[in-house]
Design a binder for this molecule. Structure first.
Ligand SMILES: [Zn+2]
Length: 325
């Protein structure tokens, strides 16, 4: 846990939720087999990831692989009691020691959605932008570049890449290959350059999805069937493209449980985001799905909390989310 005023405050809130029985009630429903807990991380420390795995193990949860989930979706397997799905986005280099080693040690399946360009180049685009912005105040902030056209994003980034060199932060090709050899690791797609897909033209969208698939399949020697939308942004065009390219499941950032009915929408599967740097107590509340609804109720007291999955067509990322891409 990072000791900030925010994290200390939310540690107290999370403990109140735990003492108040919110976590116990959510766990009880999960253990009845009402839903699966879908969880995503980005770049956790070993202590954070191992802490979550140990808590889930000690509380009797059943860890599922992507293949398990696909079988459950096709009704070849029943919805398990206390099912949990651990996923990671981007393919950070620290995942090797902080996640994959832990997955192998505890024999729990994890799925890592990897963007292929950072694997080749070493660095994610927002790190280039944030580093350059320290010296050039005229550069747009990340939030604005996430709304710009993909052509504009690439142009700005190319200028920055010509000027600065940064240390590697993504897995290498060899590390992706080695990770894929573990029986506990599934590698999935997360585009090539990690654009906001809804800002891409049609040809850019297809290139992003197909190029990353080709590269990951060449590196791992395995078919890539699973995908996570960068920033959780997608629409019907993105769903159709994934289907054409033989992806089988795709994940958003919509914080909801994976129920039987939601599993029918195989390219719109929700996930609860964990917050790196936050306390284990907060992340337990997040994994159990009790954190986000309460925070939304606190921030938007007059808004209805239920979200109709049919209306989720563009951005699945909650506006209050503070995590990386
Ligand atoms: Zn990402």
């Amino acid at each position: 846990m990072t000791w900030s005023a925010r994290n200390i405050f939310t540690w107290f809130v999370a403990n109140l939720l735990i003492i108040g029985g919110f976590v116990r009630r959510a766990k009880k429903r999960a253990m009845k087999g009402e839903f699966i807990l879908p969880v995503y991380f980005h770049n956790p420390t070993k202590k954070e990831f191992e802490g979550c795995v140990k808590w889930l193990k000690n509380n009797g949860f059943t860890f599922l692989s992507m293949a398990d989930l696909n079988e459950i979706r096709q009704k070849n397997l029943p919805l398990p009691k206390g099912g949990v799905l651990l996923t990671l986005d981007d393919g950070w280099q620290s995942n090797e020691s902080n996640v994959i080693e832990v997955a192998n040690k505890y024999k729990v399946p994890v799925s890592i959605f990897v963007s292929s360009e950072p694997v080749e180049d070493g660095v994610y685009w927002w790190t280039y932008l944030e580093t350059a912005a320290k010296y050039n105040k005229g550069l747009p902030p990340k939030s604005l570049l996430k709304k710009a056209s993909n052509v504009e994003r690439i142009s700005i980034l190319q200028n920055i890449k010509n000027e600065i060199t940064l240390p590697r932060e993504a897995l290498t090709v060899d590390q992706v290959k080695k990770a894929s050899e573990s029986e506990y690791v599934t590698i999935g797609g997360h585009t090539h350059t990690h654009p906001i897909l809804i800002n891409c033209k049609d040809d850019e969208l297809y290139a992003e999805l197909s190029l990353s698939k080709e590269k990951l399949e060449a590196w791992t020697g395995k078919n890539i069937h699973y995908f996570a939308y960068p920033n959780g942004d997608y629409g019907i065009r993105e769903i159709n493209a994934l289907s054409e390219l033989d992806y089988k499941l795709a994940f958003t950032c919509e914080p909801k449980y994976l129920t039987k009915s939601i599993l029918n929408s195989n390219f719109e599967l929700p996930r609860f985001g964990l917050l790196e740097g936050a306390s284990l107590a907060e992340n337990i509340c997040r994994m159990l799905g009790v954190w986000k609804p309460l925070m939304l109720k606190f921030m938007y007291p007059k808004r209805r909390l239920s979200v109709d999955p049919q209306t989720t067509t563009v951005s699945s990322r909650p506006k209050s989310e503070m995590m990386a891409l």
